[in-house]
Design a binder for this molecule. Sequence first.
Ligand SMILES: Cc1ncc(COP(=O)(O)O)c(C=O)c1O
Length: 384
Amino acid sequence: MELDTTLDRRREEFPTLASGIHLLSHSLGPVPRKARESMLAYYDAWEHHTSEDAWATSWWEMSAQVGDRIANILGGDAGSVQIQPNASIALSSIASCFDFSADERNKIITTALDFPSMQYVWDAQATIGAAVEVVHSDDGISVPLDHILEAIDDTTCLVALSHVSFRSSYRVDVEAIVERAHRHGARVLLDVYQSAGAVELHASEWEVDFLIGGTIKWLCGGPACGYLYVRPDLQKDLQPRLTGWVAHAAPFDFAQPPMRYTDSVRRFAQGTPSIPALYSVLPGLQIIEEVGVKRIRHESERRTEFMIDFALERGWKVNSPRDVNQRGGSVMIYVEDGPAMVRHLAERKVFVDCRPGVGLRMSPHFFNTDEEVRDAMEILAEFI
Ligand SMILES: Cc1ncc(COP(=O)(O)O)c(C=O)c1O
């Protein structure tokens, strides 16, 4: 992987970077300087709106506009993304589209490397007839593709798993999973929280059915802005039971029931959108769009490769895949006492986190310099 000498790291646009080496993009991205302006613009709009005109003049459209920009990052078409309060709600919205008690196709396949919400949400559906199968990981790093494919059969309703694992940064082979699932009449949902903004995504090309995620990590946005991608040709067939007035065809008629879902992706909305969250994500999205996910990924491959080589040369245990084609943007390094190591590193101004059974999670993003990445590893070497 060659150094991209033309990449503008936009460091001056992230004030937090002055306080140390930020390697936490898998958790909480640094705030873009322009987020302050954006939040003030929100306040100004709020102060100046004296009636419901706030909705008519800008706020109603904002959710769809931000959704379309996220759709573009996901490799989907305009009109394919509905903003959600968070990724867990996005997942529950899709869960609420299926009737497990009435259908023999009731199997949900997840994996041991998914974020806990995945299991919590599907286990909750077990009480209404879903049969949840968790594909295990032998090494805690990867889940063999064969095991995922073997689990998919004619009773499978949905394969719901992380595109990139928050635990190990393992990246699944999307095309093989979608191909097998569709052949058996099943749908595929990917949690792309750990890949959107770090890895190129191709929602339309992949023909994947659903994507869920949020903006606070690799997309440098604020909290409470989740998103849900639904394959455009599927949208009208689905009627989420997790719903509300914003999903209605004519929300401002405040019509009596029955519910009449709108035809657009807004049918996956619930209630009043979180307007401050939408303002908070605009500057980060703009930076990611301008830098470009293709270049971000190129840099990420080069630096994660360096970090893994550095670790393996010293005999450390790396809890992320060695193969770049199976990896997201993070590198997990086993240490005995994760919380203590996170504290030691923070004292030296290296900001990472840890997870039980995993060790340290370290994530270089486009704004990190090569020197920062090397310094972080050398400081870690002093402690290990
Ligand atoms: C892969 C993944 N999915 C889901 C979540 C949780 O998302 P939310 O808090 O928006 O539900 C996280 C992290 O917070 C995550 O890393």
